[in-house]
Design a protein around this ligand. Sequence first.
Ligand code: NAD
Ligand code: DAU
Length: 340
Amino acid sequence: MKTILVTGGAGFIGSNFVYYMLRTHPNVRVVVLDALTYAGNLETLSPLLDNPRFRFVKGDITDRAAVENLFREEGFDAVVNFAAESHVDRSIDTPEIFLKTNILGTQVLLDACRKGGNIRFHQVSTDEVYGDLPLDRPDLFFTEETPIHTSSPYSASKAGADLLVQAYHRTYGANITISRCSNNYGPYHFPEKLIPLMITNAMEGKSLPVYGEGKNIRDWLYVKDHCSAIDLILQGGRIGEVYNIGGHNERSNLQVVKAILALLGKDESAITYVKDRPGHDLRYAIDPTKMRQELGWKPETTFETGLRQTVAWYQENRDWWEHVKSGAYLAYYKQHYGNT
Ligand code: NAD
Ligand code: DAU
């Protein structure tokens, strides 16, 4: 049995990864370390709380003593770091917590891996570290060689963490890999991000706030395809390497919003154009050739199928997102674990 630490496993992608790993690897045990910030939701993991191959630990990756204790107790075989402040808009309002969690938290984990005997470490990064591409050059894509060129405090903090991970590899021989993925969507996506916000607002009869003219382009990937890519990198990725993950599913924000409304059978009158995001990146587009050629990865889910499945998931799991929007999910940890 191998034990993997998944930090940030109560968030969107981390929780999907936990379910993916437990389903596809019967010889894997997963420990989640998550601070349960506003973005962490223990309800998402509630079906696993009695599973002998699963353990949940509430804790902060920046808390060095707690992290080192956990590493000593568990003797991890690998660490996958999803824990982060992840929302660009919040980073514009309150940058400091992004630097603390995303950079200093990553450093604490790298040190713990080093102390633990060079434990395998995978950093979940983002295509946002490459900045943006122009809207009128559809021939351009981000490759692993594209220079780092960040726009928001969020992307700058993720880039800082990536550089630190690479520095630990070069200086201390750390056993690391990094993945940079495009925009994910799917189940358990916190409804402050574009797709779940638009789905749930439309279901509630609220307005759909599109920034600027809605022309910005994102490259969407169904979350399960991101999970399978990270799994392959853990199994066969070359140490010290960066891997870009994406599925060539570029859509403008307006196209995405209109597709959601069509799936819900609603007209477009609820769309409202609001003030643009400061420093708003124009276009993201990943070239995933390295993932395909080196690791044989390819996405399974087209955008049309994935969006249909996602809309259906939010229709079938109304309790989950209503608890998030009402704030009731924040009480779940206390209900389950008391005041510990
Ligand atoms: P999320 O905001 O949904 O989840 C983040 C999780 O980290 C939450 O459970 C939160 O409680 C936890 N967390 C935050 N600070 C912590 C701390 N100090 N200690 C321990 N836990 C802490 O984020 P997500 O969308 O699932 O993204 C996960 C990772 O993937 C992030 O590193 C993000 O940068 C990266 N990423 C996200 C996307 C995307 O489209 N969402 C795309 C590429 C990469
Ligand atoms: O590319 C990967 C990144 O994707 C991740 O690293 C981030 O963690 C993740 O949050 C996401 O960042 P974006 O800024 O692209 O995602 P967001 O859902 O916030 O916005 C997507 C696009 O939709 C963006 O162009 C802004 C726009 N938008 C967003 C919201 C929340 C709107 O027009 N209206 C909105 O209300």
